[in-house]
Ligand binder design. Structure first.
Ligand SMILES: C[S@@+](CC[C@H](N)C(=O)[O-])C[C@H]1O[C@@H](n2cnc3c(N)ncnc32)[C@H](O)[C@@H]1O
Length: 179
């Protein structure tokens, strides 16, 4: 089971200062894969954006970019890096946005942290517009591509692709919101 949210938040707050140094290289491999599949968009959301490493890639494809994270310390670093993005401290299970607000949603290495990932994916689907694209990853030692596909399907998203990275630690699913 993942840690309870307040404890997890405390840990990310405490370790934010060393996140990029410790995880930058491995996260960047994931971004390369995701960037290849990223469509052009008007409004894009990064859920669990952390220190904002993916936000600059998003800004090459989307006009308006929003990052949300529950850790104030992670967001503090993101703020310095991604000046053009709107950054909001919020829980991924309770996104402070209206239904259908975004054309694209990305979430990199968040779902392994969530107590009920199926619920979280439904929240992604709620704020995604019809025919919008969701790209999500989780750690492969926690979840499988089949699980990601099952959660997306249950959330009324159509899985387009789901796979395990060969040279990375994540499973990835790309899905489109139906109807
Ligand atoms: C492994 S890091 C990944 C960060 C970023 N996506 C990246 O690519 O480096 C997970 C992030 O999810 C955030 N997080 C964990 N649980 C969350 C929740 N319930 N709501 C919002 N953010 C959460 C953490 O604060 C942390 O920044």
């Amino acid at each position: 089971m993942p840690l309870h949210k307040p404890e997890l938040k405390r840990r990310y707050d405490l370790t934010a200062y060393m996140y990029d140094q410790r995880y930058g290289e491995i996260q960047r491999k994931k971004y390369q894969v995701l960037a290849k599949n990223l469509p052009r968009a008007n409004r894009a959301l990064d859920v669990g954006c952390g220190t904002g490493m993916f936000l600059s890639l998003l800004s090459q494809k989307a006009k308006f970019i929003v990052g949300i994270d529950m850790s104030a310390e992670m967001l503090q670093i993101a703020r310095k890096r991604a000046a053009g993005a709107a950054l909001v401290q919020a829980d991924a299970d309770n996104l402070p946005f209206a239904d259908g607000s975004f054309d694209v949603i990305v979430s990199v290495t968040l779902l392994q942290n969530m107590p009920d990932p199926a619920f979280t994916v439904r929240e992604f689907a709620r704020v995604l517009r019809p025919a919008g694209i969701a790209m999500m990853t989780s750690l492969k030692h926690k979840h499988s591509p089949q699980q990601l596909m099952a959660w997306t399907t249950a959330a009324n998203l159509k899985p387009l692709k789901a796979w395990e990275m060969q040279n990375g630690e994540d499973v990835i699913c790309i899905a489109r919101r139906e109807g």
